[in-house]
Design a protein around this ligand. Structure first.
Ligand SMILES: Cc1cc2nc3c(=O)[nH]c(=O)nc-3n(C[C@H](O)[C@H](O)[C@H](O)COP(=O)(O)OP(=O)(O)OC[C@H]3O[C@@H](n4cnc5c(N)ncnc54)[C@H](O)[C@@H]3O)c2cc1C
Length: 268
């Protein structure tokens, strides 16, 4: 064993002050990534700052044209939320298909987004919907927030407070999941807001989540699954591992994109 101290602040401000004062401190949300990493000794923080009692990091609310989700909202809460189901049903669907019930009851949107696992589901939704990550210091558009594999624009001591999603007129998500972990081998989120179309792909990119401009152009002409007929994603820049090679993943991107559009247009 190695020693660390444990802290349970009541507000995000107290959490930020602890982070600043304690050497090698790390935030703890659902613990689904951090605790296994500590058990494997891949991380050994000197202090854990548990966000579990920070009431100001909780809550899900519709605010005008935006859906605002607190960083400590669990995947199960997002999946079951009447506000999310009404405003962006595809987001509730996505949250309801993360991992298994244990993961959904502990894992949080803030932890998932901060971790930026290349196979995680939420990054695709944030990117396609044009979400904003609100921290205790600033507001970051999703396009600037995700910077690489397990990397984000978050700075030392910065805490995600909430994520704000503009409500899309249509949105859909489809993932081909790893049957063991349920992480995305490939996941595609599509969103239509006015004339704007965004297609974001997770699970496949060597650099993490990315947009697929060719599919967006095809869907701009007509927002229907058929518009993607004959469109294939290149295998260049696509992940290859023991679960799937790059060609297979590239093929899945096209298949999942069509399924996501079918869901968005009520044709699934
Ligand atoms: C078996 C298993 C299956 C899974 N399947 C899926 C899946 O299908 N799809 C999917 O997307 N995910 C999946 N996950 C991941 C899961 O969704 C967790 O949400 C994710 O691991 C991290 O969230 P957490 O709340 O547990 O964060 P933690 O593990 O507590 O923290 C993760 C990292 O984020 C930092 N952090 C946490 N909160 C904040 C914050 N508010 N501000 C700044 N930094 C913060 C922590 O310091 C840490 O570095 C799976 C996990 C497991 C164990």
């Amino acid at each position: 064993m190695y020693a660390f101290t444990y802290h349970r602040p009541a507000t995000a401000r107290q959490a930020a002050s602890l982070l600043a004062r304690k050497e090698d401190a790390k935030l703890l949300a659902g613990g689904h990534t951090l605790l296994p990493t500590m058990k494997q000794r891949l991380a050994s923080p000197g202090a854990l700052v548990d966000l579990g009692s920070c009431a100001d990091l909780r809550g899900i609310a519709r605010k005008g044209r935006n859906l605002v989700i607190g960083a400590m909202a669990t995947h199960a809460e997002v999946a079951a939320s009447p506000e999310v189901r009404e405003a962006i049903p595809a987001l509730a669907y996505l949250a309801g298909h993360i991992g298994d019930p244990h993961v959904r009851n502990r894992g949080t949107i803030g932890g998932s987004v901060a971790n930026n696992d290349p196979a995680a589901d939420y990054p695709a939704a944030l990117l396609a919907l044009g979400a904003t990550v609100v921290t205790n210091k600033r507001k970051l558009p999703a396009g600037e927030f995700f910077t690489g594999l397990y990397e984000t624009a978050l700075e030392e001591g910065e805490i995600i407070v909430k994520v704000s999603f503009p409500v899309a007129s249509r949105a859909g998500y489809a993932k081909f999941r790893n049957p063991a972990s349920r992480y995305a081998l490939v996941g595609v989120f599509v969103a239509k807001r006015g004339g704007e179309i965004a297609v974001a792909v997770t699970g496949a990119g060597e650099g993490g989540v990315f947009r697929w401009p060719e599919a967006e152009a095809a869907l701009r002409a007509r927002f229907a699954p058929k518009s993607l007929d004959g469109l294939a994603h290149t295998a260049k820049g696509i992940n290859s591992d023991i679960h799937a090679d790059a060609e297979y993943r590239a093929h899945l991107i096209g298949v999942m994109a069509k399924q996501a559009v079918a869901q968005a247009t009520g044709k699934a």
